[in-house]
Design a protein around this ligand. Structure first.
Ligand code: S3P
Length: 442
């Protein structure tokens, strides 16, 4: 455990560049590992989750090496083995805290003639894997999972796997991606039907690597994604944009700490990820997009964020998939807004790195916020801009990086500060978070 009290601060001022997008970083390594030849990646997020993906693909035969670093993050070189040529790993694949590594790699293994076992930390070992086991078993893979379809588990890949048409029962980009990645080494056409759109990095990147992938949008908005299997992927040069999910903590910090004005450079604003910006603006947040451009096939801008008098709103549940990782940060913003913020349709938050509804409700209540926990969301009555009281003892983060960072931000806008029981999980997605925060508050 590495506890820390995050103390109230003066205005946040300055410019930062948040590290590379976690979703895109994972996928860069995975697709690079399946392309024959050298894929070069700049701006790769060097957090523990992504490093777990890198280690797993090395264990399955790819070369995944750091070649240097720049202001934009890690420079990496990946020499892939080709679709269908992943090797059987000798030891269990240690997924650490990373659900994305686990579910996407289960998809890759499922259509290769190999067996792999997956292990993870206490948080990951509680998370449901049945949602990927079900479709991958239909494709022919077999599984030995711990009780409740959890880690540790063993995947025996099918060769050849059987193409399926799968309608997603939960709005999950990880499940969608697991099926599509399995489809890469499956003869015929694999189809994923997505009633509610989720982040589309897999689709964009599979196309970028040369896979034949089509997306058809039905009249009711359902997305029908088809992928031609036995694909040959071509190596790419990828510049990873900054992670909007990491930028979220600084957006909220600048909005709630009086006098703040910051620029967050190079933030990915893919519409399937940008829900928080929409919601914070609806609450009265002053967020301007500067220098809008494209990086790595994704829309990107620098965000100018100024302290704002926020107002409570009813958050449209349809926006949830486009800000699914940002609710802990939003709950902090709502705690400082004037009036009531209502969120709903958030059942998925209960199966993230922690139960983010229960854990954030308890943490914010301990810091003096007024919170009502409902089955599928939180109802928060804000202070109208007055600082929260702060905590007397440590709040429990349950091995969840986003709880730790959100409550750190809450501490900045409190009287007594907020003590977080363990800051180590922050390294899974944002190793330089604390240094960046210090840089802005000096
Ligand atoms: C991710 C998808 C989301 C998100 C996670 C990353 C991805 O998970 O919460 O942090 O990279 O595909 P779900 O698919 O479980 O919603």
């Amino acid at each position: 455990m590495r506890p820390r009290r995050f103390l109230p601060t003066g205005p946040l001022r300055g410019r930062i560049r948040v590290p590379g997008d976690k979703s895109i970083s994972h996928r860069s390594i995975m697709l690079g590992a399946l392309a024959v030849g050298e894929t070069r990646v700049t701006g790769l997020l060097e957090g523990e989750d992504v490093l777990a993906t890198a280690a797993a693909l090395r264990a399955m035969g790819a070369s995944v090496e750091r070649t240097g670093a720049s202001d934009a993050g890690g420079e990496w070189s990946i020499h892939g083995v080709g679709v269908g040529a992943l090797l059987q790993p000798e030891a269990p694949l240690d997924m650490g805290n990373s659900g994305t590594s686990t579910r996407l790699l289960m998809g890759l293994v499922a259509s290769h003639p190999i067996t792999a076992s997956f292990v993870g930390d206490a948080s990951l070992s509680k998370r449901p894997m049945g949602r990927v086991i079900d479709p991958l078993a239909t494709m022919g893979a077999s599984f030995e999972a711990s009780e409740g379809g959890r880690l540790p588990l063993i995947v025996r890949g099918a060769s050849p796997a059987v193409p399926i048409s799968y309608r997603l029962p939960v709005a999950s980009a990880q499940v969608k991606s697991a099926v599509l990645l399995a489809g890469l080494n499956t003869p015929g056409i694999t189809t994923v039907i997505e009633p509610v759109p989720t982040r589309d990095h897999s689709e964009r990147m599979l196309r970028g690597f040369g896979a034949e992938l089509n997306v058809e949008i039905a009249a009711d908005g359902t997305r029908i994604i088809t992928l031609h299997g036995e694909a040959e992927l071509k190596p790419q040069v990828i510049d990873v944009p900054g992670d909007p999910s990491s930028a979220a903590f600084f957006m909220v910090a600048a909005l709630i700490v009086p006098g703040s004005e910051i620029v967050i450079e190079n933030v990915g604003l893919n519409p399937t990820r940008a829900g928080l910006v929409t919601v914070l603006r609806q609450m009265g947040g002053r967020i301007e997009e500067l220098n809008a451009r494209e990086v790595g096939g994704e829309p990107v801008a620098d965000l100018l964020v100024k302290h704002s008098a926020l107002k409570g709103i009813e958050v449209d549940p349809a926006l949830a998939p486009s800000m699914i990782d940002e609710f802990p940060a939003l709950f902090v913003a709502a705690s400082l807004a004037e009036g009531v913020t209502t969120t709903s349709g958030l059942d998925e938050l209960r199966v993230k790195e922690s139960d983010r509804l229960a854990v954030m409700a308890a943490a914010l209540a301990a810091a003096g916020a007024r919170i009502e926990e409902r089955e599928d969301g939180l109802v928060i009555t804000g202070t109208g801009g007055d600082p929260l009281a702060g905590t007397t003892g440590p709040i429990a983060t349950h091995l969840d990086h986003r709880i730790a960072m959100s409550m750190a931000v809450a501490g900045l806008a409190s009287r007594a500060g907020v003590e977080v029981d363990d800051t180590r999980p922050i390294a899974t997605s944002f190793p330089v978070f604390e240094t960046m925060l210090e840089g802005l508050t000096q």
